[in-house]
Design a protein around this ligand. Structure first.
Ligand SMILES: [Zn+2]
Length: 224
């Protein structure tokens, strides 16, 4: 694995008592990797990530894994609201929904898969704690988005997806809310917002925020 060091000043120390046990995937939402690297290294921007992977698979290290990079912002997962302190952040170069969202190329996904495997060999990170930014900040973020190949990553043993064959199910809003909270989603965000984030990760063919039978079946499959 070839890593190009491109240090960012945007980090601080991980607070004592926090365990590094999450991996958060992002897209940059900028037109080019050069623009992304500039922003993620700009002290005025106050944002960063541990790694950035360009569309051709070039891998950059911006922040040392022992340090707290500033990638998640205001976020929530399973009662944790300081996601930066307990996670690693990986940015994938992609213009994002604002500038021409497009599929993540094979070379980029292959580099990501190798990097994740390497990270998982060094840190105890459970499959269900490998998440998208939109999972932990559903009211603010869409990345890495519905074109991101979570299934391909899961096939490489990275992350957790329900079986493709999860059967349809019905549940009411209260049950859906309780189940989504159990999975880790922010209980303080509106249900439609959480369902949208859930679909972006687990039911990418239709992102409408509705509690249909397929979505309910997938929620049940993740909590059952
Ligand atoms: Zn992000």
């Amino acid at each position: 694995m070839n890593i190009i060091d491109h240090p960012s000043p945007n980090f601080d120390d991980r607070p004592a008592g926090k365990t590094l046990d999450m991996l958060i995937l992002h897209y940059t939402g900028m037109r080019t990797a050069a623009e992304s690297l500039a922003r993620l290294g700009d002290p005025m921007a106050k944002v960063s990530a541990h790694y950035l992977i360009d569309e051709d698979g070039t891998l950059y290290r911006l922040v040392d894994e022992t340090k707290r990079a500033w990638h998640a912002g205001v976020s929530h997962w399973a009662n944790e609201t300081d996601i930066n302190s307990c996670s690693l952040g990986i940015e994938l170069q992609n213009p994002g929904h604002e500038f021409g969202y497009r599929a993540f190329p094979k070379a980029q996904l292959s580099a990501l898969s190798d990097l994740c495997a390497d990270i998982l060999s060094r840190h105890a990170i459970l499959a269900e704690r490998i998440l998208g930014h939109s999972d932990v900040a559903p009211s603010r973020k869409k990345d890495p988005g519905e074109l991101f190949d979570w299934r391909g990553l899961a096939a490489a043993g990275i992350g957790r997806l329900p079986e493709k064959t999860a059967s349809a199910h019905t549940m009411d809003d209260d049950e859906a809310r309780a189940s989504l909270t159990m999975i880790g989603y922010d209980p303080g965000a509106p249900l439609g917002i959480i369902l949208t984030a859930f679909q972006r990760h687990y039911r990418q063919t239709n992102i409408d925020g509705q509690l249909d039978a397929e979505t309910a079946g997938l929620i049940r499959a993740l909590t059952g």
